[in-house]
Design a protein around this ligand. Sequence first.
Ligand SMILES: Nc1ncnc2c1ncn2[C@@H]1O[C@H](COP(=O)(O)OP(=O)(O)OP(=O)(O)O)[C@@H](O)[C@H]1O
Ligand SMILES: [Mg+2]
Length: 287
Amino acid sequence: MSTTVEAVAPDTGAITSSELAKGRAFEGTIGAYTVADARMVCRGVDVYYDDKQAITNVSLDIAKNEVVSMIGPSGCGKSTFLRCLNRMNDTIPGCRVTGTIKLDGVDVYDRKLDVVPLRAQVGMVFQKPNPFPKSIYENIAYGPRIHGITNNKAELDELVETSLRKAGLWEEVKDRLAQPGTGLSGGQQQRLCIARTISVSPEVILMDEPCSALDPIATAKIEELIDELRENYSIAIVTHSMQQAARVSQRTAYFHLGDLVEVGETDQIFTNPHHKLTEDYITGRFG
Ligand SMILES: Nc1ncnc2c1ncn2[C@@H]1O[C@H](COP(=O)(O)OP(=O)(O)OP(=O)(O)O)[C@@H](O)[C@H]1O
Ligand SMILES: [Mg+2]
């Protein structure tokens, strides 16, 4: 007995995987969004600003000791997604987040959870350096004091020094700790903000275009620092520079119109993207 095999599948109107890969429609993230040693686990995250949806069904893990970069055209939701990770969106009126986000297995959106320690555990560095209008010393000592880490002068002195050392700033500022943080250069201010984040012992550091206001030399210093910080922290960085993403991150996530289109090893994303939308973006045809 013989059977005839249809060589061409009947057109059911369904989108095939090859059509999907060509970008005909978006039906879910391409690539492994999970990791074995996850520090943060995000599942089915949606974000709305009033009625407008800014993030749709994003699932993504952030591993221990890794840098994940988030890239994509302006307005695709990179900052919105990053802000979900330490509930910074809570501060935006009309912003609503659904889905699950866990840090070391703990639900970050649990109503009983106190966001103040959360924002120390998941620290954030912004596009524009924003030192407090205080001395360099106080910029670092303030966090450990309010988070109850220590109030002891000798311990604070030590914490200020180690934080500034880890941020690669100690040698440049050790003789001017009493001077205002705002008197430093832009690149130094950004390292001061990184030192401030480190001083409260975070597990994850979020960075939203941390180098976009910096010159190439200051940028190179921050990139070097990101690589060193990976030894102790998980880092998620939003960047408009694909070169930067390629230099600093082990995994890259490509966002488009609120969707996480593709995620994978950084080398793969930049040399062999699997989704047409990713390819268009990285080859400069879009965005
Ligand atoms: N506070 C807000 N209120 C209302 N809508 C917002 C707010 N912040 C962002 N949006 C909208 O959400 C969408 C995603 O914005 P988001 O700032 O996250 O994008 P992005 O990828 O970080 O862009 P860029 O690269 O320009 O920084 C955009 O349509 C934006 O207009
Ligand atoms: Mg942004």
